[in-house]
Design a protein around this ligand. Structure first.
Ligand code: ADP
Ligand code: MG
Length: 258
């Protein structure tokens, strides 16, 4: 899908700051970030540890409110919303993926994916919940593992479950904070393939990574340092995870035959 530059941006951060007050100290985690993200884009946020990436992501995800500045999400100014409206907005528009998967361990893949729908207003029927959870798992290539517990799945499969969970309310914006941080190289490429596939269907993706190799799959790379954006570049020739996996598979097959 092409990036639509005519519509209002899905994300519009206006001179955003976030200061944590810890005892006598103030930590200026984000120090005035202005950033617009167009629908359909695929953005990597990079930067050293402590540069404010997660703080920024939490704001984008409406998990945290800015100290100053404004965040306009799909035309809605987030700073003025109360908790209930914020939760509603989050549930309708956003999906989250974390480095550590955050799955419930005694709960099947299907039931993990179903969770976000339990809080939906209006209520979604049992049958529809199972159906949608199942479709989301198929979408991330886990159609055959629905009854498995997280402990019966590999790291990459667990992350796919987490992505399916993030997708189940059909978000417009998918936020992922170091989603490949706990995964080996091949699995990381596979997960990037899942994100690239979703991005092709129109979902805007914003992810944090500190690996250049991973950022190379994205279409735009924003670098932070000390709470500010220090560079913001388009990547006109992103790596294709699907092609690379095909190449890896072919090489593996050849090695097995030899
Ligand atoms: P990154 O994700 O790039 O590693 P973070 O956004 O987690 O950076 O942190 C940015 C800065 O804010 C760091 O100095 C960190 O210690 C501080 N920080 C993050 N969260 C909190 C918090 N809840 N309370 C106090 N300081 C925090
Ligand atoms: Mg972080």
């Amino acid at each position: 899908m092409n990036i639509d530059s005519t519509q209002t941006p899905i994300v519009d951060l206006r001179d955003l700051t976030r200061t944590y007050q810890t005892g006598e100290f103030a930590v200026h985690a984000v120090r005035g970030v202005s950033l617009q993200i167009r629908r359909g884009d695929f953005v990597a946020i990079m930067g050293a540890s402590g540069s404010g990436k997660s703080t920024l992501m939490n704001t984008l995800g409406c998990l945290d409110q800015p100290t100053s500045g404004d965040y306009v999400l799909d035309g809605i100014s987030v700073a003025r919303l109360d908790r209930k409206r914020l939760a509603d907005l989050r549930n309708r528009k956003l999906g989250f993926v974390f480095q550590s998967f955050n799955l419930l361990s005694r709960t099947s893949a299907l039931d993990n994916v179903e969770l976000p729908m339990l809080y939906s207003v209006p209520m979604i029927s049992y049958r529809e919940r199972k159906q949608r959870a199942s479709q989301a798992l198929v979408r991330v290539g886990l159609g055959k593992r629905q009854g498995h517990l997280p402990s019966q799945l590999s790291g990459g499969q667990q992350q796919r479950v987490a992505i399916a969970r993030a997708l189940v309310n059909e978000p417009e914006l998918l936020l992922a904070d170091e989603p490949t941080g706990n995964l080996d190289t091949r699995t990381s490429i596979e997960i990037m393939g899942v994100f690239q596939g979703l991005n092709t269907t129109g979902i805007t993706v914003v992810m944090v990574t500190h690996e250049l190799d991973i950022a190379a799959y994205c279409r735009r790379v924003v670098v932070m340092r000390d709470g500010r954006i220090i560079s913001d570049d388009r990547n006109d020739s992103p790596r294709s995870a699907r092609e690379e996996i095909q190449t890896l598979d072919a090489a593996e097959q050849k090695a097995n035959l030899a």
